[in-house]
Design a protein around this ligand. Structure first.
Ligand SMILES: [Zn+2]
Ligand SMILES: [Zn+2]
Length: 238
């Protein structure tokens, strides 16, 4: 199983192109999943190309939440792959669903935590205002939770994933939405993640530079600096 960050505002090297937003490719034994689609279609497609992907390579597209920095490239991906299935929380707007259905793509609406592809799960939909799902890879080292913006709260999303899937959390990565959270609040969130047994943390996107620094200090060797172009391989659970 492999994760590749296709879209992020953090750059690890000059190429591929960084831009505000998030997208990540998840390669499983039997299928490929695109989680979120960034902001600008041209940047997403360009980064995909540089990182060895094309829209037709994906069997599923899972959308975390309906914000433009996660859905901006969706229409272009669907134009390049009309056979794909789009996995969304059932409480997404009628307008969003109509726009996807109009492209000919299939919609799979999720409510609770469950498997969306062999080896990949949704946390289930969460949140009151902004409805959001995280995706969770079941690796040999434990669960790998990938968040879009974590608007319902990264601790809440990890708690729900851990309870539903009943496993240790090897890694939490993605946007944790802590840009406006004071350092003491970030410290508290890290303590709660550590109490949940989160072994490694890879915050990016809307986590905010100051909060990412606190994660780096607190997680030490178990902090992973990620950004667009970052890749990692995980052994599948035997
Ligand atoms: Zn975002
Ligand atoms: Zn958002």
């Amino acid at each position: 199983m492999k994760l590749t960050v296709l879209y992020d505002n953090t750059a690890l090297q000059p190429d591929p192109q960084p831009d505000w937003g998030f997208a990540c490719a998840i390669e499983l034994a039997e299928s490929n999943v695109l989680f979120d689609t960034g902001t600008e279609a041209q940047i997403l497609l360009g980064n995909m190309d540089k990182l060895g992907f094309a829209p037709r390579d994906f069997d599923l597209v899972a959308i975390s939440h309906d914000h433009h920095d996660h859905t901006g490239g969706l229409a272009a991906v669907l134009a390049g792959n009309p056979d794909v299935t789009v996995v969304i929380p059932s409480r997404f707007s009628r307008d969003f669903k109509d726009r996807v259905a109009a492209t000919g793509a299939k919609l799979a609406e999720i409510d609770d935590a469950g498997e969306i592809a062999p080896g990949l799960y949704t946390s289930g939909q969460m949140g009151d205002g902004i409805i959001e799902q995280a995706v969770v890879m079941d690796s040999a080292d434990g669960l790998v939770v990938v968040t879009g913006c974590a608007h319902p709260g990264v601790v809440e999303m990890v708690t729900q994933a851990k309870a539903a899937l009943d496993g240790d959390i090897a890694l939490v990565m993605g946007g944790f939405h802590l840009m406006a959270t004071p350092v003491a609040g970030v410290e508290d969130i890290i303590s709660r993640l550590q109490r949940l047994g989160v072994q490694r943390a890879a915050p990016c996107h809307c986590t905010g530079d100051a909060a990412i620094e606190v994660f780096a200090e607190r997680y030490g060797d178990d902090f992973i600096k990620i950004g667009v172009g970052w890749k990692s391989e995980f052994a599948a659970r035997p």
